[in-house]
Design a binder for this molecule. Sequence first.
Ligand code: CUA
Length: 472
Amino acid sequence: MSREKKVPYQRVLIASANPLFGQGLEKMILRQWKDPELQIRLVSSNEAVLIEMQHWSPDLIILDYDDKAISRSEFLQEFVSGDQPMKVMLVSLKSSGAVVVYDRRTLTPAQAEDWLNLPKFSQTASEHSPLQRRSSMKHFVIVGVLIAVFTALTYLLLSNIPLLPIAASVQAQPIDALFNLHIFMISLLFSLIVVFLGYSLIVFRHKAGEEEEGVYIKGNNPLEIIWTVIPLGIVIYFAYLGSVSLAETRRADPQALQIKVVAGQWFWRFEYPDYGIVSNTLVMPVNQQALLKLTSLDVIHSFWVPEFRVKQDTLPGENLVRELRVTPTELGEFKVRCAEMCGTSHAYMESPVKVVTQSEFDQWVQDQLTALGTDPVARGEVWARNNGCFSCHSVDGTPNVGPTWKGLYGSQHELTDGSIVTVDDEYLLTSIVNPNAQVVKGFAPGVMPQTYQDNIPEQQILEMIEYIKSLK
Ligand code: CUA
């Protein structure tokens, strides 16, 4: 093809201490270029190159890459970046007959290929011969099939390991689906890496009698774009799936049963404000959404029932109540664990969780209320304790954040506005539901929570007043 063309370099200098290199290359070039104008000279040292440059001015210098007698770095400094920049090719002749060009600083691959006109010369995939392309396609097909097989086997193996307990809630479904997809992705990525690695190690290993150095490959833009864009797409897709699943686990049912979850070092307490029940066992009717409102009395704990999958930290502080929605789907007994390191007994911070039928739940509520008794004073004390009243009000006259309850009923108080009131039922009720209306002199307004009217059933408030009345 290029034989019709005029030789682009008329004076070619070949530098090698090995005469076979120079003669072999000369013969090869003369075969390619049957041009009478072509002249080739052979030299064997840096100094000789210098002399020829001054007297003969070659158009191209071909340097023996494998020649230890010629210092490549010195040579390149002199002739590529020095005063007289030259066209230089670093060439290695292999025992197999292949010609490898290692440095193309002054010649583009197309120019170099044109010059030597050898198919093996090129190192970029697009310039492979059809034969080589077919054989690398064969490798890719084999590797592709192996990856598919390995992925299937790994996925089968991993998904048969019982990593998770049974899924016992509606919220567990999207989470398990996501887990499943992750396990598939893990299997695929594992196989992708291991199969490529293993195949290359075995098929392209150094076989006996092979002396050649491997082909030097630097960079591959299409490959780098592919392995950046595809994982990026996958990660974005998983982020999308994650947010969809999160929304799914938070889907609210307006009929949800409200349960207040109080965590402390080291216990769980479950309060059912609709029924006025406090329990150390979390009892839930099956197939009904429970809206858990979680809080902590001291440090951060974490509510976790593995069978329900969802998990939520409990934080100390009234304004840091967190919500979790659980719709149990399986009858049975589970355990709530604490999933946040919270002190020495963290590992033992467990409570039973019972998922029961609706009628069993109703029966349990009745039993709890019966056990509570009918004495309003005794019940009032329970409500006061559940609502944390005793952290501010003493019942024995000890001074505290709020006025003591001992001897409170019937006594006379001076208020911050200077007026005098007698403590009666109405005054106590106002003080509980609207604590800032009448603040006793000597106490700061705004300290007592103003949420009791909404949070405590009226019957319980009245029973608490009966309890306060009893503290003479
Ligand atoms: Cu509470 Cu760990």
